[in-house]
Design a protein around this ligand. Structure first.
Ligand code: TRP
Length: 427
């Protein structure tokens, strides 16, 4: 079975929380171990520049997020793990794609349109707060994906349109320049585990209800003890439905553990005891990862080395494809103009046999190459039919030694004659 290539882009803004871990990081790390697949994970730091103009934050987020994925078990030897900005071929491809992307296509992109709609509603200039970077976001993302010929791109619903655009852009390019790019498919997982946050709503940075994935232990404990519960007293049976605490526990626990907590709820466990159980369960999974995380964050040079090695590995794929694409669009070595033309000419004109009659009344033929150089000169035949049969024989079984037996050698090498005869039979 052919290898299936999966590619995931990780925007390097913010600090990962438990919701990111359960919903994205943990399943992706598990998926990276599937047999028969190649997996590309990259830090989309060029994309981060579109949203953030604080250099320190860009750097810090990249560090933390890279450390996070490695701590969560991503094995850089098994996958392609790299930083977008270490692959110069990506912006290069972005430009080639930009030139085949309709502006109208980009006008329809949700993120851009949302800003335009907001401006319109607010009665201000439509272009307020719209950078060309925001407008071009889908093209850069298409380059990320097409650069590595990804077949499948696991994304959330919100990214489905970007995948459609990547397909459209790839199809436009292929239509103009030949079949160079693979059309990617979105893989939208509807069953992605959504973790409730401290207030019961979906855990999300924008709700300010998150628990940091690698926040210090005490901070995680505090956050868990601050989770919203109802006011049932110890000893009173409690509902698992609608209990954020229970849902978060479930995301970390085995089935057996979950069953036990369900029973404890029915038996009237005190909220403080349930919270203690939850804290311990999360800590059991996260503590070993936290150790690795802290090590990496405190040794950024190790991380840098891993990313550099990852970039080198990724560029083994990117560089030849970019070379192919440059050639395809006509960004070519000028010296190759003559060489290509010459090659084409040689291919276009084949060697040939020429029959004629001499003054002695006998029939002859010549075999000449494309440039008119004499390869074989026949002896005289009594009839044109005999000369023709000899030619037919040579065409059928290109054998120069034989040819030279029945003809007069023209002073060229056997190999050259053979090559010309073979070219003729192929042509
Ligand atoms: N736009 C994606 C997001 O916000 C991140 C991303 C950038 C990406 N390039 C990508 C995702 C390529 C998948 C493939 O989540």
């Amino acid at each position: 079975m052919a290898t299936v290539r999966y590619l995931t882009g990780i925007t390097t803004t913010g600090t990962p929380h438990l919701g990111n871990y359960v919903g994205a990081i943990r399943p992706a790390v598990e998926a990276s171990r599937r047999a028969g697949t190649e997996n590309f994970y990259f830090l989309a730091d060029y994309h981060a520049l579109i949203k953030c103009d604080e250099p320190q934050r860009i750097q810090r987020s990249t560090l933390e997020i890279a450390a996070c994925w490695l701590a969560a078990g991503l094995d850089p030897d098994q996958v392609f793990f790299y930083r977008q900005s270490d692959i110069p071929e990506i912006p290069e491809l972005t430009w080639l794609l930009t030139c085949v992307t309709g502006k109208g296509l980009l006008n329809r992109a949700h993120a851009y349109k949302a800003q335009v709609d907001k401006n319109t509603a607010g009665g201000i200039d439509v272009d307020t707060d719209v950078t060309a970077g925001l407008f071009m976001y889908p093209v850069l993302m298409a380059a990320d994906i097409l650069m590595f010929k990804a077949h499948k791109v696991p994304v959330g619903r919100d990214q489905a349109q970007h995948l459609e655009m990547a397909r459209d852009i790839a199809a436009s390019f292929n239509h103009l320049y030949g079949d160079h790019l693979v059309l990617p498919e979105a893989q939208i997982d509807e069953s992605v585990a959504l973790l409730p946050g401290l207030d019961g709503r979906k855990m999300s940075k924008s709700y300010d209800n998150v628990i940091g994935l690698f926040a210090p232990r005490e901070q995680v404990r505090k956050a868990i003890f601050a989770m919203l519960t109802d006011s049932r007293a110890p000893g009173e049976p409690k509902e698992v439905e609608g209990s954020s605490l229970f849902q978060v526990y479930q995301a970390f626990a085995s089935e057996d553990e979950t069953r036990k907590l369900r029973q404890a709820y029915a038996d009237g466990i005190a909220w403080s005891d349930a919270k203690q159980l939850l804290f311990e369960r999360i800590d059991r999974e996260i503590a070993p990862l936290r150790e690795r995380y802290e090590h990496l964050v405190n040794h950024p040079q190790e991380l840098e080395q891993i990313l550099q090695a990852g970039a080198a590995k990724a560029r083994v794929r990117a560089t030849p494809l970019m070379k192919e694409l440059r050639e395809a669009v006509g960004l070519r070595n000028l010296a190759s103009v003559a060489a290509v033309a010459k090659k084409d000419k040689a291919k276009g004109t084949l060697p040939s046999f020429k029959q004629y009659r001499e003054a002695d009344g006998r029939f002859y033929f010549k075999f000449v190459d494309a440039q008119g150089k004499l390869l074989l000169q026949s002896a005289g035949f009594d009839s044109p039919k005999e000369a023709g049969q000899c030619i037919a024989h040579l065409k059928q079984s290109p054998d120069a030694a034989k040819a030279q037996e029945i003809t007069l050698a023209a002073g060229v090498s056997t190999e050259e004659v053979n090559a010309a005869l073979r070219a003729l039979s192929v042509g």
